[in-house]
Design a protein around this ligand. Structure first.
Ligand code: HEC
Length: 100
């Protein structure tokens, strides 16, 4: 019984922690040097990226791929360099961005 309660608790914490964890991931991978929620910096805002990609076919996959491989000519003249170190977290980051 005790194990079950602990498992349920862990699951609850895991789910409610997702949004924050992904914002933390963005900070951890230094995405925030070029991206912010509402203010355009070197890169487009998280919300602009969400708006541009939402509703596209396979948006989550495409966004995750753009994170790892970089992107250019979609938002302006400044390209985004590839972020291979974010590979393991790219899916979580893409999901988070598209949820904004
Ligand atoms: C050196 C600055 C820089 C860093 C660091 C950076 N980006 Fe970007 N990012 C950009 C720029 C500039 C663009 C716009 C590229 C374009 O016009 O296609 C962009 C575009 C994007 C896009 C849109 C791709 C698309 O196809 O719509 C996503 C998603 C994204 N960045 C996520 C991230 C994440 C997640 C990180 C951290 C792992 C990150 N970026 C780190 C500059 C950066």
């Amino acid at each position: 019984m005790k194990t079950l309660t602990a498992l349920a608790l862990a699951a609850t914490l895991g789910v409610s922690g997702t949004a924050l964890a992904s914002a933390d991931l963005a900070a951890q991978h230094k995405c925030n040097t070029c991206h912010a929620m509402d203010k355009k910096m070197m890169g487009p805002t998280w919300k602009d990226i969400a708006a541009k990609n939402k509703g596209q076919k396979d948006a989550e996959k495409a966004v995750a791929e753009a994170i790892v491989k970089g992107s250019k000519n979609k938002y302006g003249k400044v390209p985004m360099p590839p972020q291979p170190k974010a590979q393991a977290d790219a899916a979580a980051l893409a999901k988070w961005i598209l949820s904004l």
